[in-house]
Design a protein around this ligand. Structure first.
Ligand code: FAD
Length: 427
């Protein structure tokens, strides 16, 4: 007797989306989600910046994100969920030289149908008067290695979604279909059993075919036909002991929030979007990015720190104010002097599940199990497509139909038969 057909470990955006699509494909299946937290999305999903974009160099990431963005609009416009969608755009700022090195990538995106708008320096000065574009004669800027801003590239089908509202929409649709969720329930270990049980102590032995048969949890064992491991950065705790590679490493990422009258110009930019909010803007140097957050009239800022920031799983990563004041600030205030002496009013930290090999998520099977993860800092914006791929894999289908009807070969995003191009537009 199985406790359920499908056990999903993790009620983050990827677990919820996977559970919802499995249940939607086959409503008779008993699908149970467990999460160690008391509600949905309280791992890294709720800590995200909630930004989305269809601007990726790899076709795979483009398909995952572009179809998921369409799904967001469907949820809001047709199913009535207020996801606070704000297509404010993504704005990449470049020097002339840097931009010309990337011309080929933007051409590829345009050929896919991605809407991009390119602005010259004079346009940017008019639209974002707070932005400094020239550092001629500024020795400090030279010391910091800052590049002038000559070109801006705006991704139009990009913007902001309320990540909490998104996970709750999946939770609600899943429950409507009769799905079950047990919060405050921790999976402590995946249960391995032989395909053919002999009842001998110590099974499974090396000569037996073994499979994942469910999980031991803080509230007792749960047996399942298929276990979906969607435990985000914590997946390695369940997968390492059974010898399955989660293909990602956790790394801390922090967000800083600013609310200050000196920044009001960033919520009143011209011509870039209909909201007047600064698009999610990526500075030419140091991986610093910031956006106008319309829900609270604030500015959210992050930084993609690569070399120098250690990998390692943390249960409760903490933000570091001196990371802002001693590091980010010096670059930020050069491009946006309006930040002079402005300090964050709020900050938090979470962890990215980084797949350094190709920067693309993984949906991979093992007997009795499906792993979904390694979202590399963009799991919100790819959540719907990944859930559909998990459901297709569970149903034994070779292709998943993404929202809008495009087909995706399931094995392409697996491990054994992986077929993706390396992503180079990772923030
Ligand atoms: C600071 C920051 C900013 C980000 N910004 C963006 C962004 O703008 N756009 C974007 O698309 N993505 C962004 N991301 C990435 C995004 O948040 C993740 O890719 C996404 O949330 C991953 O979803 P998940 O379901 O895999 O993980 P999670 O949301 O972390 O869910 C995993 C769940 O598993 C549960 N769990 C773990 N172990 C167990 C266990 N043993 N038993 C039971 N439950 C367990 C956890 O409680 C958690 O709820 C950001 C991430 C961070 C940290």
């Amino acid at each position: 007797m199985l406790d359920c057909d499908v056990l999903v470990v993790g009620a983050g955006v990827l677990g919820l989306s996977s559970a919802y699509h499995i249940k939607r494909n086959d409503p008779k299946k008993r699908v149970l989600i467990i999460d160690r937290n008391g509600g949905p999305g309280q791992g890294n999903s709720a800590k995200s910046e909630g930004a989305f974009r269809n601007i990726f160099t790899s076709e795979t990431n483009y398909l995952l994100a572009d179809s998921t963005i369409d799904w967001f609009f469907h949820l809001q416009n047709n199913l009535g969920y207020d996801l606070k969608l704000a297509p404010i755009g993504y704005l990449w700022l470049y020097s002339e030289a840097h931009h010309s090195r990337l011309e080929y990538a933007f051409d590829t995106m345009r050929r896919r149908g991605v809407e991009l708008r390119t602005f010259e320096k004079e346009d940017l000065k008019r639209m974002v008067p707070d932005l400094v574009t020239d550092f001629n004669g500024d020795e400090e800027a030279e010391l910091l290695g800052l590049e002038d801003v000559d070109v801006g590239v705006l991704g139009v089908k990009c913007g902001s979604v309320d990540a909490d509202a998104l996970v709750r929409s999946y939770e609600s649709e899943f429950l409507k279909l009769g799905g079950e969720i047990r919060y405050s329930t921790t999976a402590t270990r995946l249960i391995l059993k032989p395909e053919e049980e002999l009842g001998i102590p110590g099974e499974p032995f090396v000569w037996q075919e073994s499979r994942v048969a469910g999980a031991e949890t803080s509230r007792g064992d749960i047996l399942a036909g298929t276990s979906v491991v969607a435990a985000g950065v914590w997946s390695e705790r369940l997968l390492d002991p059974i010898g399955f590679d989660a293909a990602m490493r956790p790394k801390k990422r922090q967000l800083f929030v600013f609310k200050d009258p000196r920044l009001k110009g960033l919520l009143d930019v011209k011509e870039l979007n209909e909201y007047g909010a600064l698009p999610l803007t990526i500075l030419p140097r140091a991986g610093v990015y910031l956006k106008g957050e319309l829900t609270e009239g604030s500015i959210w800022l992050g930084c993609a720190d690569e070399l120098g920031r250690s990998f390692g799983l943390e249960d409760d990563p903490q933000p570091e104010e001196d990371y802002y004041t001693d590091n980010i600030y010096h670059v930020l205030v050069k491009y946006f002097p309006c930040f002079k002496d402005v300090r964050p009013v709020n900050m938090w930290a979470g962890q990215y599940a980084i797949n350094s090999f190709d920067g693309i998520p993984v949906v991979a099977p093992a007997p009795g199990m499906i792993y979904v993860g390694a979202a590399s800092g963009s799991g919100i914006m790819k959540s719907d497509a990944l859930g559909r791929i998990v459901a297709a894999l569970h149903a034994g289908e070779e292709e998943a139909e993404l929202y809008g009807g495009r087909l995706f070969r399931v094995a392409d995003i697996g491990i054994a038969d992986r077929n993706v191009e390396r992503e180079t537009f990772i923030i």
